[in-house]
Design a protein around this ligand. Structure first.
Ligand SMILES: *Cc1c(COP(=O)(O)O)cnc(C)c1O
Length: 372
């Protein structure tokens, strides 16, 4: 599906790839009239990602634009229970809207199913009479979480939230649809920063939301037209081009991540390694059941922020930069950002790329070697 969905019909002589449709307006009488409402290159990307997630996809100009669109469909005042270590931008968006009285929100430890559902219960119900998406409250999940790599039991949480009348969103950026399909586990909406693994080359910003509920898809398309957070056609083309190689990139990056996590866990200067593929990870058995692989994100802790900065400063192959999901290994001390109060100060987050694993290990070993 990643390789073939979203290609134009196989007419003799036609291109095998979708084109980059650069028109802002279209001859009248067709399905799309104006470039803020639709574009054939977006449609190619949406076909590919929608097929992989098992729903209908709506592309946005960034991951946060997709997240904002989903949250903007909530009736006012909205009520949201969110993974306490969810992507900082999601939490900042919630805090911003809450400050203007449009919703109330609480952070939950989503690795703890019963505690999360208890918190959700205190928040559920009492929505507007006309109902609609999120009217009974919303549970916003990430799994694995960023950057603590905790694993949430999506099926159990979705079932519990639905029993409370709440709707469920999963940010599937870390896992990608190749490793986990939250709509199959009961989620109502999946969001992606397609900037990351889906595009895969750190050269484009893109977001996607996917749902099987037609009224939710319609509401998201409306948000996109009304707010104007539309992808550029060239960016959409780069993103769908990235999706074509997702499987091979992810397989290689994931194999590297598993090997580096094992080696880091045996290093005497590393206090803790967080990777769901390690047997002593608290979510390991759940991840085995819920995911088709453990992904390419690894976090490890050294003794404090100075030590972490010193190690990162010494690396020559891994690039010190934020973001993730590209073919190149990126590394950062996550707590250097605001809104990361829950992140241990010496935690190093690594988005493992597709380089040779021994080259990556030699680089990390040399970096850690300065901690004597
Ligand atoms: C990067 C990221 C986002 C935000 O996406 P942008 O494309 O940067 O707007 C949302 N969720 C997660 C998990 C991310 O890593």
């Amino acid at each position: 599906m990643a390789v073939h969905l979203g290609r134009p019909p196989g007419v003799p002589g036609a291109g095998v790839n979708p084109g980059v449709e650069l028109s802002s307006t279209f001859h009248q009488g067709g399905p799309v009239a104006y470039g803020r409402d639709g574009n054939p290159t977006w449609a190619a990307l949406e076909a590919a990602v929608g097929g992989l997630e098992g729903g209908t996809a709506v592309a946005f100009s960034s991951g946060l634009a997709a997240i904002a669109a989903v949250l903007e469909t909530l009736p006012v005042p909205g009520r949201v229970v969110v993974a306490g270590d969810a992507y900082a931008g999601t939490r900042r968006f919630l805090a911003d809207v809450a400050q203007r009285g449009r919703l109330a929100w609480r952070g939950a430890d989503v690795a703890d199913t019963s505690a999360t559902l208890e918190l959700a219960e205190s928040f559920a119900g009492g929505g507007p009479e006309w109902g609609g998406f999120g009217a009974g409250g919303l549970l916003w999940l990430e799994s694995p979480t960023n950057p603590l790599l905790a694993v949430a039991d999506i099926a159990a949480l979705a079932e519990g939230a639905h029993r409370l009348g709440m709707d469920v969103v999963v940010d599937n950026t870390f896992a990608t649809p190749l490793l986990q399909t939250p709509l199959d586990l009961g989620a109502d909406v999946v969001v992606h920063s397609a900037t990351k693994f889906l595009s895969g080359h750190s050269d484009v910003l893109m977001g996607i939301a996917v749902s099987r509920r037609p009224e939710v898809v319609d509401a998201l398309v409306d948000r996109r037209s009304l707010h104007g957070a539309v992808p550029g056609p060239l960016e959409a083309w780069l993103a769908v081009r990235g999706v074509r190689t997702l499987a091979v990139r992810l397989n290689q990056a994931q194999a590297n991540a598993g090997e580096l996590a094992r080696r880091l866990a045996g290093h005497r200067r590393v206090a803790k390694v967080r990777y769901p593929g390690l047997p002593d990870h608290p979510g390991h058995h759940l991840a085995r059941r819920q995911m088709r692989g453990f992904g390419a994100m690894v976090a490890f802790e050294v003794d404090g922020p100075e030590a972490a900065d010193a190690v990162i400063g010494r690396l020559e192959l891994a690039t010190a930069a934020t973001s993730l999901g590209g073919v190149e290994t990126l590394i950062e001390r996550r707590a250097r950002w605001p809104h990361e109060e829950a992140t241990p100060p010496g935690l190093v987050r690594m988005s493992v790329g597709i380089e040779d694993v021994d080259d990556l290990w030699a680089d990390l070993e040399a970096g850690l070697g300065i901690l004597q």
